[in-house]
Design a protein. Structure first.
Length: 401
């Protein structure tokens, strides 16, 4: 089988696994957060029980009880919710390798911003996952880590600054995936390094009749709190690399900064509802305002945008636009792509003849005028002036003469 086809199918299979694992992890996480917040204390509950909740689903009733200490008789089997998180990260990292590391020259590197060899880009990406996580661990274990609000503010500022850095090192698509992978790494590492080990130590102490160290629970709770508020932003970032107006525009880093605020606001609404402390509807108004701001920012075009002016003939003849497309796009977007590693025209878009170029005018405008998504990483070195030619052509209604 052709190597390009094999890589394409491997990416598809891994992506499917990643989505399945992510659904199970996020689903169980959200469920237990809602359950924990909805527990009610009752006078007749057994000793050591924090609270209970009655739920109905699938035609049956469930009585959920949470013990703060080991029950009088430990069950023979205890379910640990960990493999959902581990599988999500492992499949996500595999996808990162298959798509972005093996295809670094197309999807990770921006040749017009910071030219690098593929191995250099991969090294920077790996360092960008490991070093920030180590910094996060050090922060949470320091004296500053005792203040949840302060840790949250520091974490937010650090993620925004890292996003700005990644957007100036990698392509826009690569930067979004990088910051999403970093957040996912922080979340899963918290499960692997802190939450599960501390739960195991707590369970062992309770079974032995001892008293668990309170710091174990505090550490696990803090990491779970962070994971709760980071989930929605990381989901957005994983989806955003399919939308050029988000990652391929000049204020892409600021879009991420807004999303890092919107996600926790939405979670705050649901957490408050589950806890019975009210319905802060203002959070939706704030999230809507953030969405409007993102829409405005995404409409500002790519960083190197050049509007049709005195340097660009107006109106632009179709032959000029066709020349740009054939020179910068058709090596991949052809019936038989000639770019190494591309087995078929991406998304079925063919741009190697006049009829198809005219038919795809809207897509060309979205990908190469309103954003710098294409060519990916500017691998074919399209110039700002050439983008201006495409802008003038599409703005005039994409004439075919």
């Amino acid at each position: 089988m052709d190597e390009a086809i094999l890589i394409e199918w491997a990416g598809m299979a891994i992506r499917w696994l990643h989505v399945i694992a992510g659904i199970t992890w996020i689903g169980s996480s959200f469920y237990f957060i809602a359950l924990d917040l909805s527990l009610k204390k009752r006078a007749d509950l057994p000793a050591g029980v924090q609270g209970e909740a009655w739920q109905v689903h699938g035609g049956g009733f469930y009585n959920m009880v949470k013990y703060l200490v080991a029950p009088a008789r430990m069950p023979d089997e205890l379910t640990w919710f960990k493999w959902e998180a581990y599988t999500t990260w492992l499949s996500g990292f595999a996808l990162l390798v298959v798509v972005y590391y093996l295809g670094a020259s197309l999807f990770l590197i921006d040749h017009a911003r910071m030219p690098m060899e593929p191995w250099q880009a991969v090294a920077v990406s790996l360092a960008g996952l490991i070093l920030p996580w180590l910094g996060y661990e050090a922060l949470c274990r320091s004296r500053l880590g005792r203040n949840d609000l302060l840790v949250g503010v520091i974490l937010y500022v650090a993620l925004v600054l890292l996003t700005l850095l990644f957007c100036n090192v990698f392509s826009g698509r690569g930067a979004f995936v990088q910051i999403g992978a970093l957040i996912g790494t922080i979340m899963v590492a918290s499960v692997f390094v802190t939450i599960i080990p501390n739960q195991r130590k707590t369970v062992a102490a309770l079974i032995a009749g001892g008293k668990p160290d309170p710091i174990w629970g505090k550490q696990a709770k803090q990491r779970s709190l962070h994971n709760n508020y980071l989930t929605l932003p990381v989901v957005f970032l994983m989806l955003a690399n399919h939308y050029p107006l988000l990652f391929g525009t000049r204020y892409n880093w600021l879009i991420v900064a807004i999303v890092l605020l919107m996600g926790p606001l939405i979670r705050h609404f649901f957490n408050s509802r589950h806890a019975g402390t009210g319905s802060p509807w203002w959070t939706w108004a704030a999230a809507a305002a953030g969405l409007v701001a993102i829409g405005w920012l995404s409409a500002q075009g790519p960083r190197d945008a050049v509007r049709a002016d005195g340097r660009t003939p107006s109106p632009v003849a179709f032959a000029q636009a066709e020349e740009v497309v054939l020179a910068r796009c058709s090596m991949c977007h052809a019936a038989a792509p000639v770019w190494d590693g591309i087995a078929a025209p991406p998304r079925g878009v063919v741009l190697d003849n006049p009829a198809d170029i005219a038919r795809q005018a809207r897509t060309i405008a979205l990908q190469s005028v309103h954003s710098a998504a294409m060519p990916p990483g500017n691998v074919t070195e399209i110039t700002a002036e050439e983008r201006a030619i495409l802008a003038a052509w599409t703005a005039a209604g994409a004439p075919t003469r």
